[in-house]
Design a protein around this ligand. Structure first.
Ligand code: 8YV
Length: 311
């Protein structure tokens, strides 16, 4: 008998079909009024951009594993999982290239005014006046906030653009790029900040009005991490008052209900959390999530478990 999974978060039909080829997959509604089904659930499959409240794990006495299709696990109640002896897995590594190249694409699009240029040509404005000059990337000082696997992949892709790279993180990793232990100092010495730290309580509001002020009126922000990492009120205010030059954002608080004030900002490039959104990458993420489940159910060990909090 196939292991019984609870599906939390939306999955397209083709993805569901691939899950159901290997597991029996149920949505929360199917468990309502069915104690027997609820008691048969041994795994949860979810998405990293879906937040699971701790109480969702209640009344699942047979739950043993939560597998997310994504590298971020800030939406998973880790302490609740730990307390219940539940393993949590993510899909690290397989999305580094996709997310990194999208961060570079957003930065170039922002600096070179790509969205505006497309609208300009389509509108016929080219017949009336010149398109405004943009900003080049070459020679700029780029500060990477969070030098994990994806941060490193971004740095590797930016280096050929002849930029000056520096980074902020928990410790100096002895890389070829300058390490800055003080985020304000990094922002002060950067033309661009690329935010790629993990989401969660430890990074909530990390990019606040002080950091934005240090980045300055000629500075640009790229957020490919989580919406929670940025103080959105401070960012909107900085963009509205041009206290920073622009921002490219792939993530927002309360996705997909993006704060409508972003929609009127000409110095913001907006994307729908699509950093890992390529056919190849989402396929690899799903495969790894399903392989984690299969490995765990057949051997008792997962392939890529995440560390659970000790206290
Ligand atoms: C999302 C992401 O997971 O991997 C992550 O942490 O944020 C993205 O890849 C994507 O929405 C698919 O779940």
């Amino acid at each position: 008998m196939k292991p019984q999974l609870l599906r939390l978060g939306d999955f397209p039909p083709k993805v569901l079909a691939r899950i159901e080829a290997r597991f029996s997959c149920h949505d929360p509604a199917a468990l309502e009024g069915s104690p027997a089904l609820r008691e048969s659930i041994t795994g949860i499959i979810t998405r990293s951009d879906h937040v699971i409240p701790p109480e969702a794990l209640d009344d699942l006495p047979a739950l043993r594993i939560i597998a997310t299709t994504g590298v971020g696990y800030d939406g998973i109640p880790l302490a609740a999982a730990r307390d219940r002896g539940v393993v949590v897995t993510n899909t690290p590594g397989v999305l580094n290239a996709a997310v990194a190249e999208f961060a570079v694409a957003m930065l170039l699009g922002l600096l070179r005014k790509l969205p505006e240029s497309d609208r300009y040509v389509r509108s016929g404005a080219w017949k009336k006046d010149d398109f405004p000059l943009a900003i080049g990337l070459s020679g700029k000082r780029v500060g990477i906030v969070g030098m994990g696997r994806i941060g490193k992949a971004i740095a590797e892709r930016l280096a050929p653009f002849q930029v000056e790279l520096a980074y902020y993180g928990r410790h100096d990793q002895g890389l070829d790029y300058r390490y800055e232990a003080d985020l304000i100092k990094l922002a002060t010495a950067s033309d661009v900040l690329v935010v790629v730290v993990p989401g969660g309580a430890a990074t909530a509001g990390l990019i606040d009005d002080r950091v934005l002020a240090a980045l300055g009126a000629d500075g640009y922000l790229v957020n490919i991490a989580r919406g929670t990492v940025v103080d959105e009120e401070a960012l909107i205010n900085a963009l509205q008052n041009r206290r920073i030059a622009g921002a490219a954002l792939d993530v927002f608080r309360n996705e997909p209900d993006v704060d409508p004030r972003f929609f009127t900002l000409e110095n913001a490039l907006l994307a729908p959390h699509m950093g890992s959104g390529t056919v190849e990458t989402r396929g690899a993420m799903l495969r790894l999530a399903l392989d984690n489940l299969e490995s765990f159910f057949s051997t008792g060990t997962a392939l890529t478990p995440v560390p659970l909090p000790k206290d």
